[in-house]
Design a protein around this ligand. Sequence first.
Ligand SMILES: [Fe+2]
Ligand SMILES: [Fe+2]
Length: 309
Amino acid sequence: MTTTTFDFDDMLAKIKDRQWALADIDWDEPGAETISPELHAKLKPFMADLMWIENVGARGFAAMAKKAPTETLKDIYRHFHAEEQKHANAELALMKRWGMLDGDKIPEPNINVKLVIDFLDKYADGMSMSFLGTVIPMLEVALDGALIKFITDEVPDPVAQDVFRKINSDESRHLATDYAVMDLLGHARIRKLAIDLVGGWLNPTLMIGIFSYVPLLNKMRDNIVEMGVDEEKLYGAMRKYKNVGERSAFARRLPMYQIVKYHGSMVINRNHPYHLLADALVKLTAHIPERLLGAQPTWSKELTYEPAA
Ligand SMILES: [Fe+2]
Ligand SMILES: [Fe+2]
């Protein structure tokens, strides 16, 4: 079996070296006027969702930090957790710059993002490393790391371009690490992988997770189409997840990887009957009454557009 050698210490050093802060950016620099009223209208809900998806990533990495098998990896995930929060705050600062915020109120995400946040908040800490380590890379490749790339060409503001570049560079390290961890997890004995898989699926909360995740992908696809971006870009990003297994025989051994990959192949096939279900779930979830959802998690209070470190 072939395996890639990945130096996690080296990655941690690189992460520390490439830190940036909201204070590094001049948020009042000219260029905000390049956002036309039409773009402004489309961008506003998109940015609100994007900002909350960063928090989905942050919550996932917080859970990973607890599960990680080595001190280096724990430290890497703690940095990624903070970086996702920084991405959220930077996006909030862009929204403020573009006059999209209503006073000091944090914008609300769409219902599907809310459901996933609610799910992760309740259950992420109870999930196994091999489960989190195979699901989070898909979220990153399709949503967290990808959405900004999709809109980069649509947003002419130079300050946004600068912010997007910084975020993209963080995301490249998230992805490289995500993939290396999948390879690492795939080294476990088949017996252990099987136990993790069965244990994961016996957990009834997993179904809640699936019913949150399925409509989220389709909802975000609708949103990027709304922004004028070709949905093929999303599918192209999702195909990258499949490529990981083509490169690493160990990642391929992970049962959850096979499941997430199979699910991805249905998502990127627009003619697959899967979309009847997923689109129906988007419509259905849109009717969930507000009162049934939990209050916004306490950690979301940390969100701020203030240019503190
Ligand atoms: Fe991010
Ligand atoms: Fe990320």
